[in-house]
Design a protein around this ligand. Sequence first.
Ligand code: XMP
Ligand code: MG
Length: 177
Amino acid sequence: MAFYENDVGTLIDEAKLQERVRALGAEITRDYQGKELTLVCVLKGSTFFAMDLARHIDLPLTLEFLGVSSYQGGTETTGEVRITTDVSKPMAGKHLLIIEDIIDTGLTMSFLLENLRARHPASLKLASLLEKPARARTKIAIDYKGFVIDDVFVVGYGLDYAEKYRNVPFIGVMKGK
Ligand code: XMP
Ligand code: MG
């Protein structure tokens, strides 16, 4: 029995995740033909999605990682966003695709889009595995969207509860929360 089975129920299983990620990769491959793509992965939650997605993008690309902090642990947003780890190169003139795990209130992404736009990239788009529209506080346009989910706290496939459960291989919900 897996370590998480008492705590985590399945919301989106592995097969469904992989199928959607593959389709998004194909779409991105078509849209960026002839361009050099930079994936900006938002730490830590998007890493599993980003690495799977990258494998399905049939184009030369580079990877950058950006750490932001908007959560104090637990499940409530503080509304305060700051960059804890910045990308390693100048972003000016690059075709940036931000890879995020989930757009919840949208406050984190609103900050990030503004921050990256100010660095004058050639283009700036967003891929998010999940969207939770029920909690949106600002409208964020998601160019490549995996799944729309209800207002439940999710874990797995990179997403955590107090830093745990990121390695659960599917999108799950905490039992009894
Ligand atoms: P906002 O509210 O700024 O939040 O759109 C975005 C960030 O909050 C985290 N988040 C979650 N993390 N399960 C998680 O593990 C969730 O259901 C959830 N909702 C929001 C996440 O880090 C995201 O980048
Ligand atoms: Mg995140």
